[in-house]
Write a protein that binds this ligand. Structure first.
Ligand code: GLA
Length: 383
């Protein structure tokens, strides 16, 4: 996949002059470490070569005027007196403005065109990409220093408190701090990040089931509440502080469903650290096995998979060249991520498409993804 240029022509049509710059925020795919971020554990995502862009120009007066090419809508809001209207794409822009204001940043207004090619609701983090693109836009017009970690925390705050999803730090952090050619092991407690190269001769395939989830639905927040219940029951600050052996020994104090949720988190943390180790040792087979185990844990213990995701995982695993496959992201629809032998990748994609179509009657969207750098300001295409 390659990123198209920033949407300069549409900008000039709408605002009568070209944009000054564009904020480019990649989507992400998580290789392993699911729902571990808000448990202060470990994740192993990479930013990908799909992005949300905002072509923009600073604007006098404290207002933001933004048009979304994907939604075919134009919206405006003023920066003083921000209020909720509903739950459209512009609420993410407002949420970021609100969070920046809460951190005492003085913001300038802008006019912008929002576009992108991160599929929405597919588990590739289109909403965090929009938030981080908006943060980059506000920073650019307001003369704020760009600190990816600080901005990722503010984007999470926007999502938690303005949008109302109790998500963790993984998505905005990898979108802010991703490194080209690498996945990143993130310790979601200390926010320490360690680059992890893909095993030589492998590529990452993102296999979209064409089914979608609604993240603001209650299931995500319910999983989070169950993890918090488990931590309280075990007398720890977060499930990060529990090992699989601890849980084995003390888990009987928990409700059965809560014990299974906790088992996913504690084993997933261990798998994620082992996966980073496998990557360090260039061991594609071990990484693939850990991805396969992660899927089973999400399917059976955390219960965030679906028949379409399970079918895609099975199709991927039965195709030649696959080291391992698992659902990725929040769950309940969206994408599977697979680690594939590079030389076999074209035939792998053909085989998976055929198998998945035959099995589900759904049309999948299958891509190879490159690990990309995080958010940037890019020159806009000339008109
Ligand atoms: C969503 C959230 C993340 C993370 C994943 C699951 O993408 O935004 O914070 O919890 O789900 O790993």
């Amino acid at each position: 996949m390659s990123r198209p240029a920033a949407p300069a022509p549409s900008f000039a049509d709408l605002f009568g002059r070209p944009p000054e710059t564009a904020a480019d925020a990649p989507g992400r795919v998580n290789l392993i470490g699911e729902h571990t971020d808000y448990n202060e554990g470990f994740v192993l995502p990479m930013a990908i070569d799909r992005a949300v862009w905002i072509g923009l120009r600073a604007r006098e007066g404290g207002a933001v005027v933004a048009a979304s090419l994907d939604f075919g809508e134009e919206k405006s809001f003023t920066l003083d007196g921000l209020g909720h209207e509903d739950d459209g794409w512009w609420e993410y822009l407002k949420g970021v403005a609100w969070a920046l204001g809460q951190a005492h940043h003085r913001l300038g207004g802008w006019e912008g065109v929002v576009a992108g090619d991160v599929p929405i609701g597919a588990g590739l983090s289109s909403s965090a990409a929009l938030e981080m693109a908006a943060a980059r836009a506000f920073a650019a017009v307001s003369g704020l220093a760009w600190d990816p970690v600080a901005m990722a925390k503010l984007a999470r705050r926007a999502e938690n408190e303005w949008v109302g999803v109790g998500c963790g730090i993984m998505d905005p952090l990898i979108i802010g701090a991703g490194r080209e050619g690498h996945a990143t092991l993130i310790d979601c407690r200390s926010l320490e990040m360690r680059p992890a190269p893909l095993p030589p001769g492998t590529v990452v395939a993102v296999l979209d089931t064409s089914t979608r989830r609604e993240l603001t639905g209650s299931a995500y927040n319910e999983r989070r509440a169950q993890c918090e219940e488990a931590a309280r029951g075990l007398g720890v600050r977060a499930l990060r502080d529990v090992t699989p052996a601890d849980l084995e020994a003390r888990g009987s104090a928990l409700r059965e469903v809560v014990r299974r949720r906790a088992r996913h988190i504690v084993t997933e943390n261990a798998r994620t650290l082992a996966a980073a180790d496998a990557m360090k040792g260039h061991d594609a087979s071990r990484l693939g096995r850990l991805m396969n185990e992660s899927h089973l844990s999400m399917r059976d213990d955390f219960e965030i998979s679906t028949p379409a995701l399970d079918a895609m995982v099975e199709c991927a695993r039965s195709a030649a060249g696959c080291y391992g496959a698992r659902m990725t992201g929040g769950g309940f629809g969206g994408c599977v991520v697979a680690l594939v032998e590079a030389a076999a990748a074209p035939a792998f994609l053909d085989a998976v498409a055929r198998l998945y179509r035959d099995r589900t009657r759904l049309e999948p969207a299958l891509h190879l993804c490159r690990p990309e750098a995080g958010v940037s300001l890019v020159p806009v295409a000339a008109e």
